[in-house]
Design a protein around this ligand. Structure first.
Ligand code: ATP
Ligand code: MG
Length: 552
């Protein structure tokens, strides 16, 4: 798999330059998620970048779980992340866990103490914050900063043995409390946390901090280009300090790029977890979620997500991408390959009074209107059909060309029908319309006698499959002015899901199973859902409507 779409990517240029200058024989990248939630489309950008570079330049890419935070991590997330990376179409060269390096990290902490570059500190978190200083004022040195090497070694050992409570002590790097870069003001290396770890169980009660662990993980794996998001730019001097002072054998280079943001959604595992935990969505794979699992369930294809990630490019400039851009790529991908079908989502019974009772026929209709080579399918037709309620108006508005009393329309792939009679219930609600058809007007018969202005779709009421259609709107209303600055949970769109119960033509969906995609005439692209489909009823998720004004 190569980068099919050429767009700007400054990291790719750095790699090309490094290879040309023989700085490396080959590159090694990594995708390092923390297993504290499911991956989202922002992670896809990082996956496509890291695995894409390794593939293109015949290097290697590791999948590494950055699991240094036991209270938030879980094997469920580890498994889902593996599934998502594979589903996106990538294979990792090696699978690693940061927790596998806990021994090495501990040794490196001892090395730092021995070099006089780390100390155990007893300041409380509040004191530590106060001592840290601000952007404009220097920090203050901790009173524990000048403990002897022996005392530090002894205390770290006791921390490891579990002799102190959570938060009682930390190990800190001894760098510079007056540094203009706050990250260099004696950052924490180890903290105490008496928590069970998904991988190491209860073997450890001290855990390394991200800023210390990450550069060591990269160096241990001989990563050449360590790509991360922009918020770590100010941490780079610290990253380089740890690699150097821990005397690592290899020197990875950290390169930052702008994270992906998309309109009308939130993009952080923590926030997505809140949506799940508060039952605002029905799980991490809810089709309204920007998670890879949610997009997959909604019906996005790996190709469409990869193409989207390649098209947005990689730069240092933060920007927010319109969610319609993602829709553009799924339409592009599905238009040529998703077979057509007709489905009625808000059914109204239509009876053709002059069509013989008990009779039915199979009408040939093209599988893909834009590609003849995909052939025809047989669609069942009989005296009783369902049409969309919206395709009938008792009193038509101006320019309404669909069915109304006295008007004639074409039934897609079938005949002209004319509405003659309306049946209502006791509440005055239209329950049925009675029409007559003209046998001469059969589709494909070459009939040119007269024209109609509207074509509507239908399904055979006597031979169809009940189906539910789940239509989605954005989960977050972030572009409404009244929502500006509000907490994301207050910006939830109350109408993000609409479930309609209707029918779908039977032949097209005869063998339909989870993940099959259809182009439903006039409604859009749909995916067969795995959670709500039952033996009696298919459940479809709308991926996108057919058209959008968005142009790439
Ligand atoms: P989150 O806040 O969603 O948990 P994170 O950055 O903490 O995101 P990690 O699991 O640490 O999540 O991320 C793994 C990799 O994915 C990191 O290298 C990170 O930079 C990258 N990544 C995460 N979010 C985005 C995003 N929105 N755009 C691009 N890359 C991202
Ligand atoms: Mg994180």
């Amino acid at each position: 798999m190569t980068n099919e779409i050429n767009s700007s990517n400054f990291i790719r240029n750095i790699v090309i330059e490094d290879l040309e200058n023989k700085k490396h024989d080959g590159i090694i990248t990594r995708f390092p998620p923390e297993p504290n939630g499911y991956l989202h489309i922002g992670h896809a950008k990082s996956i496509v970048l890291n695995f894409g570079l390794a593939n293109e330049f015949k290097g290697k890419a590791n999948l590494r779980f950055d699991d240094t935070n036991p209270t938030k991590e879980d094997t469920e997330y580890v498994e889902s992340i593996k599934d998502d990376v594979k589903w996106l179409g990538y294979k990792w060269d090696e699978l690693f866990f940061a927790s596998n390096y806990f021994d090495v990290m501990y040794e490196k902490a001892i090395l730092l103490i021995n070099k006089g570059l780390a100390y155990v500190c007893d300041l409380t978190p509040e004191e530590m914050k106060e001592y840290r200083g601000t952007l404009t004022t220097p920090g203050k040195e901790s009173p524990y900063r000048n403990r002897s090497i022996e005392e530090n070694l002894d205390l770290l050992h006791k921390m490891k043995k579990g002799e102190f409570k959570d938060g009682e002590k930390v190990l800190r790097a001894k760098i510079n409390m007056a540094s203009a870069n706050i990250n260099m003001r004696d950052p924490i290396i180890y903290r105490i946390s008496h928590a069970s770890h998904h991988n190491t169980g209860d073997s450890w009660c001290i855990y390394p901090m991200y800023d210390f662990a990450h550069p060591l993980e990269d160096a241990i794996e001989n990563i050449t280009h360590s790509v991360c998001t922009l918020e770590f730019e100010d941490h780079r001097p610290l990253y380089e300090w740890f690699v150097r002072e821990c005397e690592m054998n290899s020197t990875p280079r950290q390169i930052e790029f702008a994270r992906l943001n998309i309109t009308n959604t939130v993009m952080s595992k923590r926030k997505l977890k809140e949506l799940v935990d508060n039952n605002i969505v029905d799980g991490w794979d809810d089709p309204r979620m920007p998670t890879i699992a949610g997009l997959r369930r909604k019906g996005y294809t790996p190709e469409s997500i990869r193409n989207f990630c390649l098209a947005i490019g990689v730069s240092k400039a933060s920007s927010t991408v319109d969610s319609q851009m993602l829709d553009f790529f799924i339409r592009e991908d599905l238009q040529p390959k998703a077979p057509s079908a007709m489905a009625v989502m808000k059914p109204l019974k239509l009876v053709i009074t002059n069509y013989p009772e008990g009779q039915s026929e199979m009408l040939p209709i093209e599988n893909n209107a834009k590609d003849e080579s995909q052939g025809l399918r047989e669609v069942s037709f009989s005296r009783e059909l369902y049409i969309e309620r919206e395709d009938f108006m008792e009193v038509p508005v101006k320019k309404y060309f669909r069915l109304f009393p006295g008007n004639e329309v074409r039934l897609k792939g079938a005949y002209f029908v004319k509405c003659n009679e309306i049946i209502k219930d006791e509440n005055g609600e239209v329950t049925e319309i009675h029409c007559t058809y003209d046998i001469e007007t059969k589709s494909g018969s070459g009939f040119t006698g007269r024209k109609v202005k509207g074509t509507i779709h239908w399904v055979d009421a006597n031979n169809c499959k009940p189906a539910e259609f789940r239509l989605f709107e954005p989960l977050i209303l972030d572009d409404a002015p009244e929502n500006e600055g509000k907490h994301f949970l207050e910006q939830i769109n109350p109408n993000s899901l609409e479930v309609l119960n209707g029918f779908i033509e039977i032949t097209a969906v005869k063998n339909a199973s989870f993940g099959d995609k259809y182009q439903l005439f006039r409604h859009g692209f749909f995916n067969v859902d795995n959670k709500y489909t039952t033996e009696d009823k298919l459940s479809f998720n709308r991926i996108v409507s057919l058209k959008s004004s968005f142009k790439l």
